[in-house]
Design a protein around this ligand. Structure first.
Ligand code: 5GP
Ligand code: MG
Length: 181
């Protein structure tokens, strides 16, 4: 029933599988001897992080944080708020932040700065989707699944007003979905 609200699939289930295979290979090469701390940014990271972790044949630790910059709508407000902080110290750790999407770069940049300030040895970012055209802050994620144009997408963790995170692919909503309210 969710599919009827989707205008276009931008990243299919198969493409996501290929992306995860490629990213996990790169990450294992770089981190296999570093016992990294994977920090997932909730809630959008959940499907991506879950699938990615299962492909990583190495020792790692998992933790979560919930930060917000979008407040329900489809435009960024610019302020980044920590709604739930990490339960694991990052001091002396190699951290890999796991994000669903990087747009303006504000959210991820703020979190990277915070974890470095707390003494992380290194902080890199793995994101499923990157929208480089949306950048306001100069930020380049270390691992990028796919670059897309500046459109608002949902699915595979990404929401519109908390819905559609459970779609198994990434797509664009039909305009009438936004005008229903
Ligand atoms: P940034 O701070 O880079 O502008 O925004 C990053 C956050 O904004 C993401 O973690 C995500 O929650 C939200 N966001 C940015 N672009 C999109 C999009 O196209 N779709 C959805 N659902 N969320 C987005
Ligand atoms: Mg997010």
């Amino acid at each position: 029933m969710l599919e009827k609200d989707i205008e276009k699939v931008l990243v299919s289930e198969n493409e996501i599988k290929e992306i995860i295979h490629r990213l996990s290979t790169e990450i294992m090469q770089d981190y296999h001897d570093k016992f990294p701390l994977f920090v997932g940014l909730l809630k959008g990271c959940v499907p991506f992080m879950s699938d990615l972790l299962k492909e990583l044949d190495m020792h790692l630790e998992v933790a979560f944080m919930n930060v917000s910059s979008y407040h329900g709508g489809i435009e960024s407000t610019g302020d980044v708020k920590i709604d739930m902080d990490l339960g694991t110290p990052v001091k002396g750790r190699h951290v890999l932040l796991t994000e669903d999407i990087v747009d303006t770069g504000r959210t991820i940049n703020a979190v990277v700065d915070l974890l470095k300030y707390r003494g992380a040895l290194s902080v890199n970012v793995v994101t499923l989707v990157d929208k480089p055209e949306g950048r306001i802050i100069d930020f380049v994620p270390r691992y990028v699944g796919i670059e897309i144009p500046k459109v608002f997408v949902v699915g595979y963790g990404l929401d519109y007003e908390e819905r559609y995170r459970n779609l198994p692919y990434v797509g664009v909503l039909k305009p009438e979905v936004y005008s229903k309210e």
